[in-house]
Each structure stands twice: as C-alpha cells, then as structure tokens.
Design a protein around this ligand. Structure first.
Ligand code: 13P
Ligand code: SF4
Length: 305
C-alpha cells in the first residue's frame, strides 16, 4: 500500500515537473519522499532557486506562503491547508502597524514564522539560523522592532548586545516543556550533549549546551565527536538525525516537543495534493511584492563564519 502511494507520487512528480520540499519536523515517511529537507532558511532558498513548475510544500502555512512569495511563477501546494503556525498568527498587520507608529524610526525585523501581511510591513525577514547576522547587518544607531517570537528575540538581544523592542509571541510547542523535564532526561543520560532551539524559553535554554536552528543541529551532530544527544526541539528532526548518524544516539529532551500542525501532512495527503493540485497557496501581488523585499534582504545576508 505504502509502496503504491510512493510510486504514484513519484510518477505525478515527474509528469508535473514538481518538487517536494519538507521541513525537518515532518513525519519520517514524508521527509523520506522529499527531494529536499531542511530548516526554514534552507527551504526558502530552495523554493527560490529550484526550476520546478510545482512545489509541494510539506510544512506549515507560512512556509508555503514564503515559497509562493519568492517564486510567484510556480504553483505552490500545501497538502493540508489547516497546517498553520500559531506563533505566526500572534501578530497581525494592524498590530504591527500600531507598533510602527509608536516607533516611527525603527527598523522592523520579522521572524519568517509570520504572515505575508506582517512581512510586507517589515524591513527584514530572518530565520533562527540567520537572525543574529540579520540584526548585526543593521546600522547600530537604529532602533529595532523584532516580531513575533520573544524567545528568539531574547537570544538575538543576548548575542548582538542590541536592545530591541520585542513582541510577546511564542511557539506553543517550544514553551510547553519545562526545565525539570529536560533535567530529568539529562540525569538519565549524563554524557549527552543538549541541543535546544532558540524558540525555547530562557529557563530551558539555560539547560542547553548549545542553541541551534534545526539545520544547524544536523550540521553540529554530523561534525561532533560525541555519541549521545538530547534534542530540545520538535521530535520530527530525530528521524533525520538517526538516518544521517546511525552510530549516534538521540533522546527527545521531552516528549512534549510535538508540533501538531507539522504532523498534519501525510503521504496520502501529498498524493492527493499532486493529483488534484491542492491546496494552492497564493499571495495577493501587492502584498507579495512588499514581502519579497524583506525576504530577499534576508536571503542576501550570508552567514558569518
Ligand atoms: P527552523 O528554521 O530552525 O527549522 O525552525 C522552524 C520552526 O518552525 C521552529 O519551530
Ligand atoms: Fe510554529 Fe512552533 Fe510548530 Fe514551528 S514548532 S511551526 S513555531 S507552532
């Protein structure tokens, strides 16, 4: 049955000149069928540069929207249109417009986990892998508004020394686990290195050895001489970590790191998506044209080091 679905997906993909992009939090089967897996920045770059006619985006809504903004000539499909990101919806365009009125000279940096309308009102976009580089590229005398994730915002403040105006948004998945949850697993595996995502709150970040985006976690583990790792981010990434490092061992730092929206995409839905061209994600041209400026600025900043 599974094999049949995979065969059908591959045939349709060829016929439609489609590419499947999957985020590191997707279920294993979906990551395995993808042409490309990665973090938000990797996937944005891939969406912009690939020469497919159709992108099947296995991730959440803002990611497919970002692909549609970066590649308006391609058809972007999200296999489940209810796969949203609650953090992205924690600030709306009106709220950002009000904040900008209060700080008229501030530069606005928005995390890619945001709506197209919020990106359109922003000067720069960033992801967790390049937020520090983006903020460092801004003239040091300018005030900065950072939306919507207060936790990533705090990490950027700590790493750049910049005093930014933060929006109180957060990821429900990353704030659910407690420091006690993490410490309990650390006690069971005292030799393990703890990797945490910057979306975790300060008390959990304090338990970690290193803070990394999901793409950076994959690189870190590959290069590390250590054998055991505690993963304080969405558990989907453990599939790829295991696949790429069969000799190493991974433990979820807490079973609570589960994003229900990321888990909505299944192989069946990927097949239906390709069969019926659903669900097409489109962004009105006026919004997309403005949002693309912030995204292009982000893509142009190459990581330091
Ligand atoms: P990454 O860019 O690190 O993959 O993070 C995306 C995300 O949604 C984290 O919750
Ligand atoms: Fe959004 Fe959090 Fe899910 Fe990432 S893990 S998509 S930030 S809800």
């Amino acid at each position: 049955m599974l094999q049949k679905i995979i065969e059908k997906i591959n045939t349709l993909k060829k016929n439609k000149n489609a590419v499947i992009l999957a985020h590191n939090y997707q279920i294993g089967e979906v990551q395995d069928i993808a042409d490309f897996t990665g973090d938000s920045l990797d996937l944005s770059r891939k969406a912009a540069s690939c020469d497919a006619d159709v992108i099947v985006f296995c991730g959440v809504y803002f990611m497919a929207q970002t692909a549609a903004i970066l590649s308006p000539q391609k058809t972007v499909l999200l296999p489940d249109k209810t796969a949203g990101c609650p953090m992205a919806d924690m600030i709306g365009a009106e709220q950002l417009a009000d904040l900008k009125k209060k700080h008229p000279d501030a530069i606005v940096v928005c995390y890619v986990n945001s709506t197209a309308e919020v990106k359109a009102l922003s000067d720069y976009c960033c992801t967790s892998s390049n937020a520090v580089d983006v903020v460092n590229s801004i003239d040091e005398y300018r005030d900065i508004i950072f939306v919507p994730d207060k936790n990533l915002g705090q990490v950027v403040k700590q790493r750049t020394g910049r005093d930014m105006i933060l929006w109180p948004g957060y990821c429900p998945t990353h704030v659910f686990a407690t420091p006690d949850d993490i410490k309990r697993v650390q006690q069971q595996h005292p030799g393990a290195v703890t990797l945490a995502h910057p979306e975790c709150p300060q008390a959990v970040r304090d338990c970690a050895d290193v803070l990394l985006s999901t793409g950076q976690m994959l690189k870190f583990v590959k290069q590390s001489e250590k054998k055991e790792f505690l993963i304080a981010t969405e558990i989907g990434i453990i599939h790829t970590l295991k696949k790429q490092n069969p000799e190493k061992v991974f433990y979820p730092a807490s079973e609570k790191f589960l994003c229900p929206n990321m888990k909505k995409i299944t192989l069946e839905k990927v097949l239906f998506s390709l069969e019926d061209d659903k669900y097409i994600i489109e962004v009105p041209k006026d919004i997309a044209d403005k949002a693309r400026i912030a995204l292009d600025r982000m893509i142009a900043i190459l990581p330091k080091g």
